[in-house]
Design a protein around this ligand. Structure first.
Ligand code: 0T9
Length: 382
């Protein structure tokens, strides 16, 4: 392959072979250096909010229909960041750092032009399989997004097929005191370009956004050679409560622009700049915060010093192994810091019924409201 350095060709070939034989979880496979990313998966939830004004705009919609349109617009506008930004920043899709249990990522987007401040709290809630939980809130706009992510991978026709497990729920405080909820499911991914060592993602099949008002967005994803013949194509239909008929249809390319077919107006346009999340400087971070925890590994990868990267990675992994052993010996269990695991998410069950969500139930991680940006609880005077 072209993108594979000569010295890493055989290790890339054996990596591809191991991908084909290991199904389920690829996170712990050792990949050749050229494909390693210095960024941990705990940073990925930030992609949900790199256009904070579109997130904030959800609160400004005045009808149920318009609110569902605003949620869809925000969602579609996140896809470019979620699924193509490594290609833009790192040259191709790369293998992210596999987070350790308890790894944290905190960030925010400042309040500008009245959009309110948006905060992000992420915690790695499982190491094997990797599961990442997150909470994104814009309290001044009454917007709260809670979700978790895991993946189940398989290999087919030379591509990696990634089924995303997990979902997100968005809660919106309405001016009349009611709450509207949205259940957001996640698309399937196909990772192509592996043979040439320059992987990229295509989205496939469907995902859904179901509102508690009954409005439903059904989003269909296609790549090269399907209905428009172009990669990164989507078509979304919005149907009113109790109906399967499209009231609105939106179509286009999720990494460029799309149109509202009824009006002919632009629906999404993500060609302009996005805003990366703001984080503390490493010196001021907690030891469990991703960029501090991985700093030496990341530097090794960035500098092309893979000996240092792999030595530092082993340190982290050995420390983790020791922790798990100690817990086993002491009969204790690792405690999650910011989230509580529950076996079945009532919001998923209730809203998932509208569109026959598969599976019909899913677990979830409930935010404890004890992140660095939450107000310190007032201790009652004695
Ligand atoms: C949630 C996103 C997810 C995480 C990543 C599949 C993948 C891990 C999960 C689904 C985000 O909201 C969106 C984007 C990219 C997804 C990653 C792409 C990827 O390749 C990895 C997997 C685990 C690999 O690293 C496979 C091996 C690698 C050599 C291929 C580039």
């Amino acid at each position: 392959g072209e993108a594979v350095p000569a010295a890493q060709k055989s290790s890339w070939a054996s990596f591809l072979k191991s991908i084909a034989s290991v199904s389920g979880d690829l996170s712990s496979l050792t990949a050749p250096p050229f494909i390693l990313s210095p960024i941990s998966l705990t940073e990925f939830p930030a992609y949900w909010c790199e256009r904070p004004e579109l997130f904030a705009a959800i609160a400004d919609a005045t009808t149920d229909e318009d609110r569902s349109v605003a949620v869809l617009k925000w969602f579609i506008s996140t896809l470019k960041g979620q699924y193509t930004s490594r290609n833009e920043k790192l040259g191709s899709e790369k293998k992210p750092l596999n987070p350790v249990l308890g790894e944290l990522f905190y960030g925010y987007w400042p309040d500008l032009n009245g959009r309110g401040r948006t905060n992000l709290v992420v915690e790695q809630v499982s190491h094997h399989p990797p599961i990442t939980a997150y909470y994104i809130s814009n309290a001044s706009k009454g917007l709260y997004l809670q979700g978790h992510n895991a993946q189940k991978t398989s290999f087919s026709g030379g591509s990696i097929i990634v089924k995303q497990l997990g979902h997100a729920t968005l809660t919106v405080d309405l001016p009349n005191g009611d709450k509207e909820e949205f259940l957001i499911t996640l698309p399937r991914l196909r990772i192509d370009g592996l043979w040439y060592g320059s992987p990229y993602i295509e989205l496939t099949e469907n995902s859904f956004i179901q509102s508690s008002t009954g409005w439903l967005s059904t989003i269909e994803y296609k790549g090269k050679g399907y209905f428009s013949g172009k990669s990164h194509t989507f078509k979304a239909i919005l149907s009113p409560p109790g109906s399967n008929n499209a009231k609105r249809t939106f179509e286009g390319l999720w990494h460029l622009t799309s149109k509202d077919l009824k009006s002919g107006h632009t629906f999404t346009d993500v060609q302009g700049p996005k805003e990366e999340v703001n984080v503390a400087i490493v010196e001021e971070m907690d030891d469990w915060e991703s960029r501090k925890l991985w700093q030496h590994v990341a530097k090794g990868i960035r500098d092309g010093d893979f000996e240092t990267a792999s030595r530092e990675k082993s340190k982290i992994e050995n420390e983790q192994r020791q922790r798990r052993k100690d817990e086993l010996a002491a009969g204790t269990k690792w405690e999650l810091k910011h989230f509580e695991h529950i076996e079945s998410d009532p919001t998923y069950e209730r809203l998932g019924r509208f569109f026959k969500a598969n599976p019909p139930t899913e677990d979830t991680y409930i935010y404890r409201h004890n992140g660095p940006y939450d107000e310190v609880p007032v201790v009652a005077a004695a």
